[in-house]
Design a protein around this ligand. Sequence first.
Ligand code: GLV
Length: 321
Amino acid sequence: MGKPIIYITRQIPTQLLEPYKAHFQFEMWEKEDTPVPEAILYEEVKRADGMMCLLTEKIDKAFLEHASHLKVIANMAVGYDNIDVKTANAKEITITNTPDVLTETTADLTFTLLLTTARRIIEASHYIYEDKWDVWSPFMLAGSDVHAKKIGIIGMGRIGEAVGRRAKGFGMEILYHNRSRNERIENELGATYGSFEDVIKEADFVVSLLPLTAGTEDTFNEATFAQMKPSAIFINASRGGVVDEQALYEALKNQVIRAAGLDVFKKEPIDSTHPLATLPNAVLLPHIGSASVQTRERMIQLCLDNISRVLHAEAPLTPVK
Ligand code: GLV
């Protein structure tokens, strides 16, 4: 009997596969920057025992019905809103994600976005390249302070906590809202728990780290932006689906809130014609939260470890249910 086959839906560095090659045969989509076309994925997966995919793959009911022979699907992301986990569970296909290994890297990016938006770093940099810097002046490119301001973290999971540690280091006051209170975090960070409304009303920086579920879709909408301070800065480093983008566009354009820093969008990728990209008070990034070489390698290794364990009839390290 041949080795079990693992299908990988994007080109990844082959040296990362070396440690597993004694046990598995790998098949891989040949491109790094283009998702595998659905027809090819459907064809390739027919022979596979396990699969590693990205958040660009829609692992829906139709796919799971087609691929019900798979034993495991490892998603190279902590978020798994691209996967119909309920159907996968019913079909006894194990789903895994990549928590922990990306926490600090994603928190670094979230805080970078907060600082960049507050201090208008992108605009300031363009000033030089667009030859606009004629003279130093008192309020040229003056932004908002970060130190001593209130950060309101919505979604106090692992990444929220790591962002909270950074905020503490910057001398910020930490407010948070989460499905459940976490007294350990409150004690360690001096964070204060509040209702969603109280946190968004009081915070100078509202930071979304909410996972996308049916219950969190469009959490940030016209009504919620209207409750924020006119000086508030909104940061989203979780999923675009938690924001009503049209409402955010209006809120930024009409100065209902001051600015936004976004790493994620409802329908990715976006380009320069996206309405939010036309606003001077929005900082937009192409979903790079966990994008450090070290972390991306750790995410791939964790996916491969999870697949390897399931195919060896061992418990996966990071299953999702
Ligand atoms: C990226 O967005 C992830 O969920 O890991």
